[in-house]
Every structure is written in C-alpha cells, then in structure tokens.
Design a protein around this ligand. Sequence first.
Ligand SMILES: Nc1nc2c(ncn2[C@@H]2O[C@H](COP(=O)(O)OP(=O)(O)OP(=O)(O)O)[C@@H](O)[C@H]2O)c(=O)[nH]1
Ligand SMILES: [Mg+2]
Length: 433
Amino acid sequence: MKALIETRNTRSEQIFLVGVELKSRNGGWETDDSLDELAELAATAGGKVVGDGVQKMESPHAATFIGKGKADEFAAICRTQGVDTVIFDDELSPAQSRNLEKLFNCKVLDRTSLILDIFAQRARSREGKLQIELAQLQHLLPRLTRFWGHLSRQKGGIGMRGGEGETQLETDRRRVQDRIAKIRVELDVVRRQRLTQRQARQRNRWPLASIVGYTNAGKSTLLNRLTGADVLAENRLFATLDPTTRRLRLPSNQNVLLTDTVGFIRKLPHGLVEAFKATLEEVVKADLLLHIVDVSHPKAEEQIQSVDAVLKEIGADGKPTLMVFNKIDRLKGSPEKLARFLDRHPKGVAISAENGDGIDQLLAELGSQLRPAREFMELSVPQEKAGVIARLHEVGEIIERRYNGRTARFKARVPQHFHHEFEQFLVRHLQAV
Ligand SMILES: Nc1nc2c(ncn2[C@@H]2O[C@H](COP(=O)(O)OP(=O)(O)OP(=O)(O)O)[C@@H](O)[C@H]2O)c(=O)[nH]1
Ligand SMILES: [Mg+2]
C-alpha cells in the first residue's frame, strides 16, 4: 500500500512561531517555555526558526485564533523575513487554519500537525508507520469534510450522493476514508502478530517494567545501560517511537522484562495518543512503571505533570510507579535541586544513566518493588468457573488443590501481573508455600 500522505520535508524552511498567553491557562508553563519547546520541535523536524510572536488575550478568536489585527501584524513580519511556514503553539480548528493561511499567504501548521510530521519522519516499524499515518489522516479528514460540505452546499445541499455532487474533494475524502479502513485492517494483522509474541513472553512469567517519561529524559539511555540493548539514544525529541523490550536479570537473580517506548510531551495530540494506544499497551500492562525525569531540565516538575496526564489518558494512572531522577551528573553545582525532587518523592532514586551513578540503588529498588513475596495466592473458585480454573492452570503453578462441594480451593504461585485476574477469588496472600 502506498501512503496517501507524504511526509512534509521542512528542511531549511524558514519558520515563524506564534504563541498565545491566555488568561485561563498555562498550568506552570510560561508561554516562552512553551515556545522554546515548539522551536525545538521545529528544529527536530528540520526547520529553521527565524522569529516568533506572542498574543495576549482573554480567549481565542473563532475565525483567526489570534484576531485579525495581530495576524496582519505578524504576516507583515513574515513577509519581510521570507517565512515559508507559520507554526501555532496551539491546535487550530480547520476554519482557523484556512483563514490564517489566506492572511499569511503561506503554510500554516499547528503544534499537532508538527508533532505528527516528526512522528511520520521517525516511524520505522510497520506498526509505527501505520499508526502515524492513521493519526495524520484522521487529523486531515475533518478539514476535508468541512471544505467539502461547504462546496456541496453551494451546489444544492448536504447529502447528495455521487452524480453531480461528485467533486474532487468528495473523491479525496473517499480516498482518505478508504485508506483509513485499509490501515485499520492491516494494523489489526500487525498487532495480532505482536500479541502472539507477547503471549509467548508471558509464558515466561517474568514481571514487566515499563520506562516512561518526557521525551529526551533518557529512557533509551537507561534501557541501554541496564540491558546492553542497542537502542538509538540521542539529544533530540522523539528519538524513539517503537517499543523495545529486553530481559534484565536483577542482582537478586530475578528476571524482569524492561520496555522502552515513545516519550511523552505536553499537549500530545489526542489522536496520536489514540493511535499509539496499542504500542503503549506495554505501559498499561506493566507491573511497574519507571517514570524517568530529566532533573536538569528547567521545567522538570511540569514535565512530570504532563507525563502523569498522558498516563491517565491511556488508563495507566494509579500503577505502582518508581520515580527515577536522571541526569544528576548535570546537577553537580546545585544539589539543592535534586533534594527538592527527593523531598517531594521520597521513594525516588537519583541516577545518571550516562555515567552509571545510582544504578546499583535503582536495581535494588527494582528488586524490592517486584519482590515475588506476594506471588502466592490462596483462592476459592466456584467449580462452574471452568474458564477461571483453566486460566489458573495456564498462568500459575498449582501447589495444592482441594475440591469442596461446589468450590475448588487452590494454593498457587501466580505471577504478580496476573493477580488482577484472580483478585475476586482471593482468600488471602501467602508469604510462601
Ligand atoms: N548528561 C546526561 N545526559 C544524559 C543522561 N541520560 C541521557 N542523556 C542524554 O539525553 C539525551 C536523550 O537521551 P535518550 O535516551 O535518547 O532519551 P529518551 O527519553 O529515550 O528520548 P526520546 O526517545 O526522544 O523520547 C541523549 O543525548 C543522552 O545522551 C544522563 O544521565 N546524563
Ligand atoms: Mg528514546
């Protein structure tokens, strides 16, 4: 299948950034910090930022987001600077994008489409590529729909099918929809293959720990250090898109599976989170999250909050989480900064994934958090729950069974990550059997 969307090549494009300061928001992020991050994203995509502007306002304007006067003012600057692309720090509605494109007379993007572009440039695996294309097409479709609806109204009303209602846009829209349907089918196949792999892994009954964190926090560097994996780690946003899982043998001799996956960012487009939900299953299914934080970043605390927000969105909030404060080698001059984090998260571990400081402590903490002491369960299952009993035999190791009338009582060793399946039949946890 050929992709419908070609990845935009923003190399050497001259870029102008637009931020807004709304009275109503900015949870800890100043507009300037947010624009700095947007500039980094633009550079990551291969563009050259030649200027930026900020509009202060009560609330966005429906037609032009920043208001026509301000847009004209910025447009004049852009003309003198030879700007090819204007990027807004906030998501624009289809109508706003169209109106602004006319006013600026050049390409207008928002943060969402920029992030989508970067993901498209980065995607390597079949699944990653399909997921990102799906997110791009879904982002595009309402834009086509609005425009097409507008055209068809001119020709006599919405709801016309085929015949004289056929316009180029309608054809385009259908192509997009067809493509979306095809991608869904193909994704299904790819994901089923991955599921088979995971089931094979689950038979190993090793607990799964997932490394999560803001983009560029050092997730891949940590996976590489701990497992000798060879994942690309570099100083740019979204270096990793596809998850990598490796086995880690703890000093306690326990085996753990460790997964590194895509980084999070503030205002991560919802469609993208949706599209990557399957990839992020490793996070949702994990027994333990390692939330890794770049403590040398000036906005580290806000980044923690953004990561928590995405975790919530994918349904992984409330999971046992170990805070890992990374890049402490960069804090040599200001120990009070690290102390502040450890104050707030007393169970956190401070490390440098780069030079290995604190790694021993991290391994010890991992061992104790994933300690198998609670692996043993005493269960009471009604005989008619044949599925549950079969499942218990499949994933657990039965140490003792007693049939008592209509219920079966088991003492079994069940890996922690399957406990939730049997929680409702739990009599008690056993220390050891
Ligand atoms: N000084 C220092 N740099 C680090 C440390 N850990 C990682 N880095 C650097 O930080 C940058 C990002 O590291 P990655 O491991 O790629 O980060 P990531 O979280 O996987 O990032 P994405 O995959 O892009 O989301 C790289 O340049 C690393 O060399 C550390 O402990 N100290
Ligand atoms: Mg990475």
